[in-house]
Design a protein. Sequence first.
Length: 365
Amino acid sequence: MQKNKSMNTRKMLLWSICLWCISQSTWALTPYRYQMADSAIHAAIADTIIPGAVLCVVENGEIVHLQAYGNRAVWPEVEEMTTHTIFDLASLSKPLGAGTAALLLANENKLSANDLVCKYIPNFHSDVTIRHLMKHYSGLPAYFLAGPMEKTYLERGGVAEDMQARRDFTVDSIARCKRPTAIDEKYRYSCLNFISLQRVVETIIGTDINSYLREKHYRPLGMMTTGWLPNDSLLYRIAPTECIDSTCLRGRVHDPVARIMMGGISGNAGVFASAEDVARWAIWFMNLPMESREIGCNAGLWTDSVTTSMDIETMRCRHTGYTGTSITILPEYKRAVILLTNRVHPKDENGLGSLRKAVNNALVP
């Protein structure tokens, strides 16, 4: 009887190994899978959904695929896309920027996900924790319109050129705003959560988040193009976004609140980076200890919504950005798929849902 049980156990183990091997081989990165992704991207370019793109795939700690498609700019002059192009990451700034800074501080025991935000921001909603901000369960509105906010700021005597006063006004407005829902009542993806998280981080570090992450994180990882407010020497490599009043935004963040009220350095948007640099960040993230990745995911770099998602069992993570950016991290395959586009150039007219789905169908198990 015992012998039969032992044999059955071995059979089950061998069967499990076989199934695992089949699943791994089924989702190997074959030329056919890359061709599927290529076809989807070329079709999106042909349909003028995007001017161009860069696709980057990481596996086992290395970049195994890096390819540019189409054009970096189509107006006022055509510029060919290159793999070294730098993109406005839009909401990918949340995980790569404020989220990463919060994770670094948590690992140094300088910040806890259970800390009340009002500990760092006076007059903030007294029941909101750092975890609520990062998981988008704070009850805060999704966004503030930059135009009306700037108008109110100026009407109340704000100095147009005083960017720090604009930032303070924005954070104070978030702290005092009426919340559409109670805390923990409903998931609501909110840029205001990460603008607030930025202020928490900057209160702790005593400097701006851009300087902190460049010195503490980006440069040590070799992410030399990454950060807010890119240097003028990099402008020729930056993919322009929307053209407003006959001038294309280039090196200036597309998000209106980040650009108009936060001076380009904002927790919700404004980070610029190349695909290679985003890959370096993904490799760092996948190499974190499980408990740190769990903080990064469960405590909120990635949450459940259309734009962000996280699989608790496998720690799979995904995030998208408004300008046409996305990243998917698959720790069990040691794989990351990064698709960067500037879909809002020259006009903000097209969505990317079908393209992202097609690329994921090709490369994401």
